[in-house]
Design a protein around this ligand. Sequence first.
Ligand code: PFF
Length: 466
Amino acid sequence: MEKKQSRESWSSNFGFMMAAIGSAVGLGNLWGFPYKMGANGGFAFLVLYLLLVVFAGYILVMTELSLGRATQRSIIPAYRVASDGKVTFIGILSALAPFFILGFYCYLGGYAVKYTIANLGDIFNAGFGVNGLDGTSFFVALYENQWMSAAYTAVFMLATIIIVSRGVGEGIEKFNKVAMPGLFIVLLIVVVRSCTLPGAGAGVAFMLKPDLTVFQGGGWVHVLASAGGQMFFSVSLGMGILVTYGSYMQKTDDIAKSGMMIPLADTVIALLAGLAIMPAVFAFGMEPAAGPGLLFMTLQNVFNSMGGAGAFFGFLFYLLVSIAALTSSMSVLEAIISSFIDSGIESGKGNQRKKIAWIAGAMTFVMGMIVAFDGLGTYLPPMFGRFCWLDGFDLLAEGVLMPVAAFCTVIYFGWFKKGFLQAEIKSSSAFATEKFYTVCLRYVAPVFCFFILLGQLDSFFGFGWF
Ligand code: PFF
């Protein structure tokens, strides 16, 4: 028997903020941002990214949070209630994306756990350590070992389910309130170590040096698409997570302030992640890579090259990655289950959180297993005839569902349900930015979301549009 019969909420604004920032800060910050910034114009990319954060990220964060809080419902019922059933389909689109994301996110989170344990093993010279194997061989051996990959995916998914099944305040909030400040401290330690290595300056230069040549010709469109896609994923937009988290906010919480803090904190941590990673990569004369290659191959080589202290810093770093991934994956699972919890409550069955968390967890577990057994395209036939299953799931979520859902959301609330969200924000905030918000919601954010959709499709299919 479940004890709680009604909807849950955050126990404090601090707890909510830690959970929302925990959702935003994840693998996207650690492997996406530093590399993309370095490869796309450094400081120039940063300026563009910040503009996107202000003109679109901030707008979408405010939109999702206020929709959740106004309706006190999670994704699907939130859209249904706010539109009297007219745009429930947007809720359904948003709610599908987390299934795909969670499938591959838990697989990668599982790898972060594996690397944490392996580096811990190295500290004690244990048999389960990396044992000097180079990063690439270690990574290839891991993804070619389907059962090992499946086991770590399962461990990570279990951790996600257990925390989420404990509840909003008792599970997600409690974990984030400890994990996020902890993550920040560990990140600062790694930044200091990385930036004080001899030769670290080249990494800082790679990230920050303003290179305007990338904007020449049509180049700026490409940079804009890359920065936009990155921001979308990094701030966790377009899949109802912030609608869900907003629905647990207190009616007195300041949405306008939270709406600024979440993307700001996410960006600061992404920059710090860059300062933790790039100086070390360059100090050891390595080439920065994109995506999983940076995290699981290049960086392991860095730790291997650091001598005695390498295992310790490797352990700290991968622990940080594991925690960042876990606080993100729990938000994704919460977004999936909260609609079902709400409909249980509405139909008088009470809050069936535990049961629903385990059932939804089991469903996404199947997705995770497909990714694990595919071995990054080694074993299963390609999805849509051309993608490994990880990329295929990513395409469906990040490339299609998220930008389409966000586009429809800003169109509906900007043009058809005018003033609805603004009223909710004003009910508890001074909302000095109301005019700015409204103009961006109507004119800037739709263009931006449409553009992201094109940019994503282009980068997945290589159409060469940009
Ligand atoms: N924002 C997370 C990251 O940067 O890794 C990942 C993520 C979480 C993406 C939740 C999307 C999402 F809905």
